[in-house]
Design a protein. Structure first.
Length: 243
């Protein structure tokens, strides 16, 4: 493995994919955040916690502009870290992934990781806009969500390793075992403790756009890393120097 080239490929792929994710979020998720925060602001005014003044809106708009601008940068940073994880998993599993090219292999792995690390945990603990959720339960909600991601991810790896002991139907054994396991975990894990009180259209729209945004990251990750890997082949050993 050409270590330097490998690191460059996975980090650049992650950064590019994260940037794409951030730009997509800016276009399709942020409008729902604006609507949700607008409801939150109205509640603050109604309960006298904030004053509907010019100064409030100047500070608010300044903060939101900064927040939106940082969204793309945050996407690039997060994408770089996730890209490193994706690259390591791809390097370790590349030989076992079906597909005639690295693009197909990487895209398949991205789909698997999207399903196990994002979509299944999302179905249990879907994303909510700012108007949903109490500050008192934020730590509990974070622990539940991250725990489910860890259980799902390690479960997928565990059943894949277990399937290697079978001579036939390895893929079927791994899939059946994981589906059974994660189904039991899904129903055993506690539900989100917060009641959804925001408008249904807002919540559903926010969740749908969130799924689209995260999905663009994994699609981009699979394609970009696959193209780079196919082009530069970091897995090939460096030629030995002849003396």
């Amino acid at each position: 493995m050409k270590t330097g080239l490998f690191l460059a490929i996975v980090l650049v792929s992650g950064a590019l994919s994260g940037t794409i994710h951030g730009l997509v979020n800016l276009g399709i998720v942020e409008p729902y955040l604006d609507k949700a925060i607008e409801i939150e602001n109205r509640n603050l005014f109604a309960f006298g916690k904030e004053e509907d003044s010019k100064q409030f809106w100047v500070e608010y708009n300044s903060y939101r502009d900064w927040q939106k601008g940082g969204n793309v940068l945050a996407g690039a940073v997060l994408g770089t870290s996730v890209g490193a994880l994706f690259g390591i998993v791809y390097a370790l599993s590349r030989h076992a992934l079906p597909g005639s090219t690295d693009v197909k292999k990487a895209f398949l792995l991205a789909g698997i990781m999207w399903l196990t690390l994002y979509m299944i945990p999302f179905l249990k603990y879907p994303a909510n806009p700012p108007t949903v959720g109490s500050g008192e339960t934020v730590v509990l909600r974070a622990i539940l969500y991250l725990s489910f991601i860890a259980i799902s991810g390690f479960g997928a790896v565990g059943f894949y390793q277990l399937s290697k002991k079978f001579k036939r139907n390895k893929k079927l054994v791994a899939m059946a075992g994981y589906v059974t396991f994660i189904s039991l975990v899904f129903f055993a894990m506690p539900d989100n403790p917060d009641e959804v009180t925001a408008p249904v259209d807002l919540v559903n729209g926010f969740r749908f756009m969130s799924v689209l945004g995260v999905s663009t990251f994994w699609v981009s990750m699979g394609i970009i890393l696959g193209l780079f890997w196919n082009r530069f082949a970091p897995h090939e050993q460096t030629s030995k120097l002849h003396t």
